[in-house]
Design a protein around this ligand. Structure first.
Ligand code: C5P
Length: 222
């Protein structure tokens, strides 16, 4: 396969990670979950009682930690230094604070640098909010994956129920909408469709249909 990078951006809960992981698997590319990096930093800030709004303090935390992403088949693990934080970064408290951490410009510059290094092999599928616009502006295939906020919350709700986690659909709708608003309205690299990205609205599509749509784009562009 020709070396290319694929970016998948979009709002929270649109199915980016599921789709990106499977597209990467189909192409034997590396999947890079950039949200997990912001989450790992958020987890670390909460753990050390660092105010998420204090950019300088969060920045010094970031300088002192090593974030590692590891793919094991269809699961990816996240490490902070030696600690496996894969499950911890999905906790509600992390989810509801991560967008504050992700607003800081210096933090973003540092994260983008790391992400660009990870994509140097040009065989990556990277998902996030600013991949097509800021991290990999030259990505050969760019996707902007959306779905209605109700549908995204409903999917998350079902995931919770399947895992036996208590869940309230109306709270999820509110939380997802709030996170989208912060991510879209922030000053630096807000969530935005790149001008050359293809928008895929997955509201009434299956995961398999979304994957096939992206693989078709890859075939057309390589
Ligand atoms: O993709 P995920 O929902 O795990 O991302 C968590 C949060 O990290 C997002 O809501 C956003 O605030 C931030 N993020 C970002 N830029 C990225 C990836 C994630 O700002 N490239």
């Amino acid at each position: 396969k020709q070396p290319i990078n694929i970016s998948i951006d979009g709002p929270a809960g649109a199915g980016k990670s599921t789709v990106a992981r499977q597209v990467a698997d189909a192409l034997s590319f590396t999947y890079i979950d950039t949200g997990a990096m912001y989450r790992a930093l958020t987890y670390e800030a909460l753990k050390h009682h660092v105010d998420v709004h204090n950019e300088a303090r969060v920045m010094s935390l970031l300088k002192d930690m090593e974030i590692t992403l590891e793919n094991e088949g269809m699961t990816s693990r996240v490490y902070v230094n030696e600690e496996d934080v894969t499950d911890a970064v999905r906790l509600n408290e992390v989810t509801n604070n991560v967008s504050f951490i992700a607003k800081h410009e210096k933090i973003r510059i540092e994260m983008v640098k790391k992400q660009q290094e990870m994509a140097e092999s040009k065989r990556t599928v990277m998902d996030g909010r600013d991949i097509g616009t800021a991290v990999l502006p030259d990505a050969e295939v760019k996707v902007f994956l959306t779905a209605s906020v109700e549908e995204r919350a409903r999917r998350r709700h079902q995931e919770h129920l399947d895992k036996g986690i208590p869940s309230d659909l109306s709270v999820l709708i509110e939380e997802i909408a709030r996170r989208d608003k912060i991510d879209s309205e922030r000053e630096f690299a807000p969530l935005k469709k790149a001008h050359d990205a293809v928008e895929v609205d997955s509201t009434s599509m299956s995961i398999e249909e979304v994957i096939q749509t992206i693989l078709q784009l890859v075939r057309e562009r390589t």
